[in-house]
Structures are given as structure tokens and as C-alpha cells.
Write a protein that binds this ligand. Structure first.
Ligand SMILES: [Zn+2]
Length: 128
């Protein structure tokens, strides 16, 4: 069973997944810091210093903190937009893959497609 576990743990996709989770966690901190520490104070300035987090109403004995709910929605929209911009920037730096080299050619006698290395056509038996 130990051997089986080792095979499971060192399989490429498990390691890749672990790396993705760790990088994703660290990346998430950067994005949330960008939103909380840089973008949200600017948004707060633009909307006249209103802090959503303090908005709440009291119904009977229950405190309805709808401000926190609005804050979370705004955070989500900003995070999604920032990630969209980052992904778009990364994609624009990628060059399109070069076209694969041809492996076939056309026989000059019968015009069928044959392997590039062929010295005799398999269809019309012409010497090439
Ligand atoms: Zn041919």
C-alpha cells in the first residue's frame, strides 16, 4: 500500500495540482491585497467616503448588516475584473504556436497525398 501511495503522490498531475493550489493561494493574497488596500480606498473616495461595511439596519432585535453583503459583492466584481485583466495580459504575451512541418506531399503523377519520404508512389507506383 505504501508503494501505491508513493505512486499516487509523485504522479505528475498530483504535483502539478499541489503547485497550482500553493501558487493560487499566494496569488489570491496579492489580488485581495490589491483590492482591499489600493482599489477599495479609491472607490470609497469616488463614492464620497461611504464605507459599505458600516451600513446596517436593525429590525426588531436583529441587526441586518446589508453593508457587508454589498461589500462582498463589490469585492467579488473587482477581483473578477482584476483577474480578467491579468489573464488577458498573460494571453496577449503568448505567441501563436508555429505551424507543424508537413509530413506528406502530393505525387506529381497521380496527385494523391503520399508520405514526404516516399521514393515510389504507393498509388501509381511511379518512381519519385
Ligand atoms: Zn502517384
Amino acid at each position: 500500500m505504501l508503494k501505491e501511495f508513493r505512486e499516487f503522490a509523485i504522479r505528475g498531475n498530483v504535483v502539478d495540482l499541489a503547485v497550482a493550489v500553493i501558487i493560487g493561494g499566494a496569488f489570491g493574497k496579492i489580488v485581495s491585497s490589491l483590492v482591499d488596500n489600493i482599489i477599495m480606498p479609491l472607490v470609497g473616495l469616488l463614492i464620497g467616503g461611504v464605507d459599505f461595511k458600516t451600513l446596517a439596519i436593525t429590525v426588531g432585535g436583529a441587526k441586518i448588516e446589508y453593508g457587508l453583503f454589498i461589500q462582498n459583492i463589490v469585492d467579488f466584481i473587482i477581483v473578477a475584473f482584476v483577474i480578467f485583466l491579468i489573464v488577458r495580459a498573460i494571453n496577449s504575451t503568448k505567441k501563436p504556436a508555429p505551424a507543424a512541418a508537413p509530413t506528406t506531399k502530393e505525387c506529381p503523377h497521380c496527385f494523391t497525398t503520399i508520405p514526404l519520404k516516399a521514393t515510389r508512389c504507393p498509388n501509381c507506383t511511379s518512381q519519385l
